[in-house]
Design a protein around this ligand. Structure first.
Ligand SMILES: NC(=O)c1ccc[n+]([C@@H]2O[C@H](COP(=O)([O-])OP(=O)(O)OC[C@H]3O[C@@H](n4cnc5c(N)ncnc54)[C@H](O)[C@@H]3O)[C@@H](O)[C@H]2O)c1
Length: 340
């Protein structure tokens, strides 16, 4: 890999992942850091060995002072569009945390800006790089189940709601489904055409917004995804309910059946094809962020579009938005209007 100079914007919180991931990559030079919180700058700067002269509290000042190839953006989403309007015209490629933006309109504008300035735009949706989606996607593409009839995905997690998600409109769609829809799209190898969703908030959660949903995605590939997810599962009463990010799968097709979860392993027509150990190997959020970062850097250097490009991610964002509209309007929603 050729040398790449990185500007980190948003050093604390999720940005802390870079404190250990970047020093492991000798081809990365951390050109500068931006964060208005001094403690994040100090701790991140020390971990990344960035001198005080290249630690900034303001993005515009950093862009005026350091030379970088890629901005790694980890701030709260409300800053994404404003910062992209500074970063991309300045000539930097951009890797953002998810979501790409707060609204689809902002996301489209950022995508268009990247095109205008011929910069690579990618979104950190690392979970699709895990062994489960990678293996399932490859098997489905190779025709393991023949023509897919339906893909069922189930997810249960227990969260407490004392955090920033307590009062947001839909913690499930914003924080969890955005990951699920992203890797479900990558496994399915096609896009949702129409979406129907019902979402609700079980009485015991303490959150304001919807934490549980049932969603049907009618896919362009001619099959449906049945998506059932909850961030309010009663794992407090039955710990076995708690399931990892990759949930439980059941795919039926003309030639085969795939079923499984990380706990049980994955089976094709009753034969194990991915063991529980292999399903979780290097599958944590942290290592996968590194895998995605490497892929984005390769894409930049090879002049190709990265897998989680802004344009690709618009479909993930739009699927969340369509689900949200569907349960509010109590009707099927077509994706066409959302992705343009
Ligand atoms: N992919 C994942 O698995 C994953 C996991 C967690 C969070 N995220 C995403 O990461 C992003 C950040 O979330 P978080 O929980 O770390 O947020 P946060 O509120 O902790 O903010 C992250 C950092 O951004 C800094 N910041 C705030 N304003 C800034 C500005 N004007 N300029 C530069 N830096 C600024 C904060 O001081 C903080 O250090 C969100 O978009 C979130 O959805 C992704």
């Amino acid at each position: 890999m050729d040398r790449i100079r990185v500007l980190i914007v948003g050093v604390g919180g999720f940005g802390q992942n870079w404190w250990t991931l970047l020093p492991e990559r000798p081809w990365v030079e951390v050109a500068g850091l931006v964060d208005p919180v001094q403690e994040a700058l100090d701790k991140g700067g020390d971990a990344l060995r960035v001198p005080a002269s290249r630690r900034f509290t303001d993005l515009a000042a950093a862009l005026g002072s350091v030379t970088a190839d890629l901005a790694v953006h980890n701030t709260p989403p409300k800053l994404r569009a404003e910062h992209a309007r500074l970063i991309l015209p300045h000539g930097l490629h951009l890797l953002t945390a998810k979501p790409l933006a707060e609204t689809l309109a902002d996301a489209r504008q950022i995508i268009s800006l990247a095109k205008t300035h011929r910069r690579t735009l990618a979104v950190n949706q690392q979970l699709r790089y895990g062994p489960v989606p990678r293996t399932l996607g490859r098997m489905l593409r190779d025709g393991a189940v023949g023509q897919i009839d339906h893909l069922d995905f189930e997810f249960h997690q227990r969260r407490t709601y004392t955090d920033r998600l307590k009062d947001v409109p839909s913690p499930l769609l914003i924080e969890s489904s955005v990951h699920h829809f992203d890797f479900l799209r990558s496994v399915a190898g096609c896009e949702p055409e129409r979406v129907f969703c019902d979402a609700w908030n079980p009485a015991w959660t303490g959150a304001t917004g919807e934490t549980s949903a049932t969603t049907i995605l009618k896919m362009t590939g001619g099959f449906r995804i049945n998506y059932r997810a909850s961030r309010a599962g009663r794992a407090d009463l039955d710990p076995s309910l708690s399931i990892g990010w990759y949930g439980r799968w059941f795919v039926e097709g003309t030639e085969g059946v795939i079923r499984g979860s990380e706990k049980e392993g994955y089976f094709l027509n009753g034969q194990m094809m991915l063991s529980p150990e292999a399903a979780v190997k290097d599958a944590g959020v942290h290592p996968l962020i590194g895998v995605l970062f490497d892929d984005v850097c390769c894409a930049i250097q090879e002049g190709r579009t990265p897998e989680t490009s802004g344009e690709d991610n618009l479909w993930t964002m739009a699927t969340c938005q369509a689900a949200y509209e569907s349960y509010h309007q109590e009707r099927w929603v077509a994706m066409k209007g959302f992705v343009g």
